[in-house]
Write a protein that binds this ligand. Sequence first.
Ligand code: HEC
Ligand code: HEC
Ligand code: HEC
Ligand code: HEC
Ligand code: HEC
Length: 555
Amino acid sequence: MPGISSLFRSGRFALPAALFAAAMFIRGPAAGQPARVAGKAAGPVFETSDRCFACHNGLSAASGEDISIGFDWSATMMANSARDPYWQAGVRRETLDHPTHRSAIEGECSICHMPMTRYESRVAGQEGKVFAHTKFDPGDPADRLAADGVSCTLCHQISKEKLGVRESFGGRFVIAEGSNGLRTSFGPYQVDAGRTRIMSSSSGFRPAQSTHIQQSEVCASCHTLYTHSFDASGKVIGEFPEQMPYLEWLHSKYRHSHSCQSCHMPPVKSPAPMSAVLGELREDVSVHSFPGGNFFMQRLLNRYRNELGVTATPAQLDRAALRTREHLRTEAARLVIEKAELRAGRLEAEIRIENLGGHKLPTAYPSRRVWLHLVVRDRSQRVVFESGALTAQGAIQGNDNDADAHRFEPHYTEIRASDQVQIYEAIMGDPAGRPTTGLLTAVRYLKDNRLLPQGFDKRTASPDIAVHGGAAEDLDFLAGGDRLRISVAVAGADGPFQIEAELLYQPIAHRWAANLRAYQAEEPQRFVRYFEAMAPASAALLASAARATPGPGGP
Ligand code: HEC
Ligand code: HEC
Ligand code: HEC
Ligand code: HEC
Ligand code: HEC
């Protein structure tokens, strides 16, 4: 029995489950299992991920790389969606801003971040709750499901019903009914009867082949989010497109070539097993690493692991944060300084920025931002111009919005002064047209110049994914990226000059953290403390380039 020994190597929660699984393997269903009845499934709708680890950890690729599904998943943002202290702070803030809607807000915010507990509450006829579950008491089954975030049995039970239509957005996917006393676990492969029995009898979940799990629409259900906007009296006054990566993708060329999964669940290059017990070598096994952009929160979860009840190990989170940074550095963007020359005492340069991802850059949660950090040096390496430096507080030097909550940087076609910073970002506006970071206060975007993906025609984009502000009219802000000019006075300094450009990314913009400071409640205060401690390392590099002007001593 090749698989059984590897069961015992497979991790944290593995031993009891492994013994259990091995017992099942030898003897078949044991007493104490939920009763199986014909027709619909009888047992609980969801299980926590530790029930799957026994067989889906302890996996390696032919290269020797560890591809354990449970380990990789544990350190992702989805596995930590309920522990996430920024999310908890955000939910608290919204309930304080709109107190008459407190319970509806907790219900809404739990749909995707605590999806299993929330689903079970709804089945029991109740609204989903958030703060009733954030103690994560391991003795309470609802808290256990809450802590497990977006977990195995959630994604793998999403059925193909309604996928891709608006009805399924906002986390309103349909969970499959199950059959013959078993729940279903959809996957891309055909699994033979023997292996199907091994998994079913030990977990209560039957592997079932269905290609819908490989389609972007599975992800779109949670990654398309419209929120309701409330006015000061609590009246619903509109709907706001808060996170639109799927609709952005659908308007790009990637809809024809790359699913969300193909970029966010990278395939293993050679045949690999997907189960440590009797796993066959399979083509195109996908790694459950879900690299995105939020390296900062992965590090924060690691640093404050005890306070936050994090279960992924330090090694797993370190590896995940490194992977996320690598993903940002290699897959997100390209930067080219197309020319740099001196004209009438000014250094004139042209910069081209390309978005390599399958949606806007940045996309999704509106606290994300990408910006250009520019430095010009003279022949003795002295800095004669700088725009966009990151401060120790995690702010961008010269950015109006970081200095003053009521102002923000426009989109630029040319940078001429050090207090002009090109920031690719979404700025939300309240009903009075002022910038806000309140998700349920926002009614429209005052600025959205996030870099467009290839194939995205801004003129035909629907209002939900439109470009707002100066970028809408900028003739070289187009599908695939942006071009801008730099023109800075260097008269009085000695050339040749060197221009250095960096494209930086920050998941949590300074203003978003700073605005939480006013909320006198545990979660916002805790998060602000974390943010301030880690702010100097809150940004990551996407791309960089340098070029010198021709001249004496220059090229
Ligand atoms: C339809 C699903 C869905 C609902 C409902 C939802 N979220 Fe989220 N939320 C997400 C996704 C997906 C992300 C991650 C996007 C990204 O990384 O850019 C996210 C990210 C966040 C983040 C950033 C977390 C981080 O670590 O950077 C905060 C804060 C947040 N959500 C708050 C809320 C609040 C408050 C509510 C309720 C008003 C809410 N969410 C409701 C799907 C949802
Ligand atoms: C966010 C949704 C999501 C979560 C959470 C998730 N999976 Fe998956 N899983 C998928 C998708 C999508 C695929 C198919 C990927 C493809 O082929 O494009 C997949 C594929 C698989 C496969 C087939 C082998 C492979 O890797 O391609 C197994 C086995 C599996 N998942 C088990 C698990 C287990 C166990 C967990 C929890 C530890 C888990 N999954 C968590 C979405 C998810
Ligand atoms: C006792 C071992 C065992 C346990 C426990 C187990 N599985 Fe599996 N699983 C397997 C085997 C064996 C396969 C098929 C492997 C093969 O065909 O190469 C499989 C396949 C899968 C697939 C792929 C299905 C397909 O059609 O592509 C998914 C998804 C999956 N498991 C999810 C889960 C989830 C979720 C859990 C926890 C609730 C779980 N498994 C628990 C042994 C197990
Ligand atoms: C049940 C809802 C749900 C489903 C289904 C879902 N996600 Fe997520 N996803 C989330 C939430 C919630 C977060 C953010 C958690 C946080 O930051 O606190 C997230 C975060 C992510 C991130 C990390 C973003 C970052 O900032 O680093 C990636 C990447 C991602 N999801 C990809 C996918 C893909 C690919 C699929 C489809 C296979 C998928 N998701 C399906 C809810 C979901
Ligand atoms: C061509 C590859 C590609 C495709 C296709 C793709 N993405 Fe991404 N995605 C990226 C890259 C690169 C990043 C990191 C840069 C960034 O944050 O945008 C990313 C980041 C993200 C993030 C984190 C954004 C943030 O900054 O918080 C989410 C959420 C996400 N993608 C969801 C999706 C979803 C949902 C789909 C499918 C509709 C999808 N992606 C399709 C490449 C891709």
